[in-house]
Design a protein around this ligand. Structure first.
Ligand code: NAP
Length: 273
C-alpha cells in the first residue's frame, strides 16, 4: 500500500514515518530496514539520537532506492550558529552516508543564538544542496512568525508534540496560516494512548487498536505522524490507518481528551514566547 503524502509547497512528505528516538544499534538498523520493506518511506532521526549511522545502514540493507525515501534529520540547539550548523549537517550526512537529506530541521530553538543567524544558515544549507527541504521543530507561535519572516526558502514543517492529550490548535493554526505542514511527534503519547480505554472503545467500532485511533485522529487533523516502535508487529499496525475513518463525533470526543499534558520534558527549555 502506498502511504499518502502531506504537501507543503513542493515538499511531499509521507504522512506516516518511523520515529527513531531511542532506537539503538542493531535494533535501529533492523527496524529501519523492516519499515522500508513493509512500505514505510519516511524516517525521522536527529544528530542527538546517536543513530544516524544505523538509519543509513537500515536504508541500504532494505534495498530501497534512495530517491524513493524521505529522510529527516535535525540540528541540536548547541549547533545553531552558522559555522556549527554547516558542520553539523555535513557530519550528519557523513554518518548517514547520503549526499543530502530530504528535510533538515532545527531541533529546538536556542535562546542563545540569534534566530536570524540560524535561519539564514538553514536556508543556505538548502541552497547548497545538503537538504531538499528545511523546517523547524518545537517552535511556538511567536517564533514561527519570526522564522517565516526571516526565511528566504520555504519552511515546510514544524515538528511538535501532538497527541490526543494536548491541544495544539494555536500552533497548528499558525502553521497553516504560513503554509507549513505539522509533523506530530510522540503521536501515541509515548505509549499512553495505546492503553487508553476511550480510544480502545472507539477503535472497537472500526476493528482498530487504541494506538491506531490516536494516529488516525492526527492524520484526519492534517498532520504527518512519526510513531516509534521497536516491535516489528507494531510497524504494520502503525501504518494500517488509511482504511477507516473517524466520524465527526469521534473526532470531537478525542479532542475532548486534551488536558495539556506533555510527555516530552520542556522543563529545561527557556521561555521563548
Ligand atoms: N522534535 C522533537 O523534539 C522530538 C521529540 C520527541 C520525539 N520526536 C520524534 O518523534 C518520534 C515518536 O515520538 P516518541 O518516540 O516520543 O513517542 P511515540 O511514538 O508516541 O511512542 C513510542 C512508544 O509507544 C509504543 N508504541 C508504538 N506503537 C504503539 C502502538 N500501536 N500501540 C501502543 N504502543 C505503541 C512504543 O513501544 P514499543 O517499542 O514496545 O512498540 C514506544 O514505547 C521519536 O521517535 C522521534 O523520532 C521528536
Amino acid at each position: 500500500m502506498d502511504i499518502p503524502v502531506v504537501t507543503s509547497g513542493d515538499a511531499r512528505i509521507p504522512a506516516v514515518g518511523l520515529g527513531t528516538w531511542d532506537l539503538r544499534r542493531r535494533t535501529c538498523v533492523r527496524m529501519v530496514e523492516q519499515a522500508f520493506r513493509l512500505g514505510y518511506r519516511h524516517i525521522d532521526t536527529a544528530e542527538m539520537y546517536g543513530n544516524e549511522r544505523e538509519v543509513g545502514e537500515g536504508l541500504r540493507a532494505s534495498g530501497i532506492d534512495r530517491d524513493d525515501v524521505f529522510i529527516t534529520t535535525k540540528v541540536w540547539p548547541d549547533n545553531l550558529a552558522p559555522a556549527d550548523l554547516e558542520r553539523s549537517i555535513k557530519e550528519s550526512l557523513a554518518r548517514l552516508r547520503l549526499a543530502h537529506v530530504d528535510l533538515l530541521l532545527i531541533h529546538w530553538p536556542s535562546p542563545r543564538i540569534p534566530l536570524p543567524d540560524t535561519i539564514g544558515a538553514l536556508c543556505r544549507m538548502k541552497q547548497a544542496g545538503f537538504a531538499r527541504h528545511i523546517g523547524i521543530s518545537n517552535f511556538t507561535v511567536p517564533l514561527i512568525e519570526q522564522a517565516v519572516r526571516l526565511a528566504t526558502e520555504p519552511l515546510v514543517t514544524n515538528q511538535i508534540e501532538w497527541h490526543p492529550y494536548i491541544d495544539q490548535s494555536k500552533v497548528v493554526a499558525s502553521c497553516r496560516r504560513h503554509g507549513l505542514s505539522v509533523t506530530a511527534y510522540s503521536p501515541i503519547a509515548r505509549g499512553r494512548a495505546g492503553g487508553d480505554a476511550q480510544l480502545r472503545r472507539i477503535g472497537m467500532h472500526h476493528g482498530k487498536t487504541a494506538g491506531q485511533v490516536s494516529l488516525r485522529f492526527l492524520i484526519q487533523e492534517g498532520a504527518v505522524v512519526i510513531p516509534r516502535t521497536s516491535n516489528p508487529e507494531r510497524l504494520k499496525e502503525n501504518m494500517a490507518i488509511f482504511d477507516f475513518e473517524l466520524d465527526p463525533g469521534e473526532m470531537d470526543e478525542i479532542r475532548g481528551l486534551a488536558g495539556g499534558a506533555r510527555v516530552v520534558d520542556w522543563s529545561g527549555a527557556p521561555n521563548w514566547d
